[in-house]
Design a protein around this ligand. Structure first.
Ligand code: G6P
Length: 373
């Protein structure tokens, strides 16, 4: 086991630091650039089904835990590039409600293990209703890979830590590539798609850069280790980042944490804000960052204890009075930003866990793969 961990103390730590490589593996052979002006993506397992997916009346993403969050992070770009309405389902909730699924729907099942019982049951349900079922898994030959009509492997390599890290970023990358493939019959989005493909090429290097925040995140963890609770505000592309950060913090460091859609702040969460409760606000540059700027001002007006994640160079505009602690990250295309933004937050959850003295790779009461209901 020690050998497999290499120079790292824990699998979770190793898997966080492996992300430049796991993302490279995920994209290998799938991006087309070369000399051509026309860039594209190649997803072998889906090529015969893209037309059907484009024509479907709805795309439904179905998953649990981190896999659900990954689909949520990529939802906006799938909507933008495919033009197909996209809805989200937590597998157990879909089953509980027996929610309507039709033959004209495409149901996309996202699961690292490919064995999660709720996701599998939702797959059986969607199949019996006649939907086209697509699998996005990390495990060749898994029940979900076998049971779906077609799919994509994320090729992130074996993930051992119970808290999913590298699978999350690779799942997002795959769904973004799916969005690119679905949109590649449209001339009007060619420029946008080319820009995303260029940034996908550079993504492993950007992740390498952001991993250098490790020491800062350890310092931040030392500041926060005695806290009872941590709130995380995000919106747009980074609503999922807020949910995923809170999930990581609670599952491994056993600190209460809640991811909040910033647009809902005034409908309840604002009541919690005081000078003691730490709050992370994700405010990297994109179409909704000016709204996040005003969220920061409103939280400050309530004396909120703020940690702001912003784009490198934006510190001054996001926090002019310098009262916030900052996490500055490199900028990439808006839809890829969740992949960059989650990395320091994974590191924060990791260091919090070590400092608080809990089991990093096997958090109490949790399992890597939940195969019973
Ligand atoms: C468990 C794991 C999580 C994972 C979830 C879904 O709760 O601890 O890390 O996100 O199951 O698992 P899946 O294998 O379907 O992605």
């Amino acid at each position: 086991e020690q050998i497999k961990k290499g120079n790292f103390e824990h699998f979770m730590q190793k898997e966080i630091h492996e992300q430049p490589d796991s993302l490279t593996m995920t994209m290998r052979g799938r991006l087309i650039r070369g000399e051509q002006k026309i860039k594209g993506v190649l997803l072998g397992g889906l090529k015969d089904h893209l037309k059907t997916i484009r024509r479907s009346r709805r795309i439904i993403f179905i998953g649990c835990g981190t896999s659900y969050n990954a689909a949520l992070a990529a939802r906006p770009i799938v909507e933008e590039l495919s033009g197909v309405p996209v809805t989200m389902e937590i597998a157990s909730d879909l089953i509980d409600r027996q929610g309507p699924i039709y033959r004209e729907d495409t149901a996309i099942f996202v699961s690292q293990s490919g064995e999660t019982a709720d996701t599998l049951q939702a797959l059986e349900y969607a199949k019996s209703n006649g939907a086209l079922c697509v699998g996005i898994t990390n495990t060749v030959g898994s029940a979900i890979a076998r049971g779906t009509h077609c799919g994509v492997h994320i090729n992130a390599g074996c993930e051992i830590g119970v808290a999913s890290t590298k699978a999350y970023t690779s799942q997002i990358a795959v769904i973004i590539m799916l969005a690119l493939a679905l949109g590649d019959d449209s001339l009007s989005t060619q420029q946008r798609r080319n820009a995303i493909i260029d940034d996908l090429y550079n993504l492993p290097n950007k992740v390498r850069d952001v991993l250098k925040l490790d020491k800062d995140m350890k310092e931040l963890a030392a500041l926060l280790m005695e806290e009872q609770s941590l709130l995380v505000f995000g919106r747009g592309y980074n609503y999922a980042t807020a949910l995923e950060c809170a999930l990581k913090v609670k599952e491994v460091s056993l600190m209460h944490s809640e991811g909040i859609l910033a647009g809902e702040m005034k409908h309840g969460p604002l009541a919690l804000v005081d000078e003691t409760l730490p709050i992370i606000v994700i405010a990297t540059r994109d179409a909704s960052s000016s709204k996040q700027q005003s969220v920061i001002q409103q939280l400050k007006a309530r004396k909120g204890r703020l940690i702001v994640m912003c784009t490198e160079g934006d510190a001054e505009s996001m926090c002019p009075d310098r009262t916030c602690r900052l996490i500055e990250v490199p900028q990439v295309q808006d839809c890829l930003q969740p992949i960059i933004n989650i990395v320091p937050l994974q590191l924060l959850a990791y260091h919090l866990t070590v400092l608080r003295g809990f089991n990093v790779d096997q958090p109490r009461n949790l399992a890597k793969s939940v195969t019973t209901q």
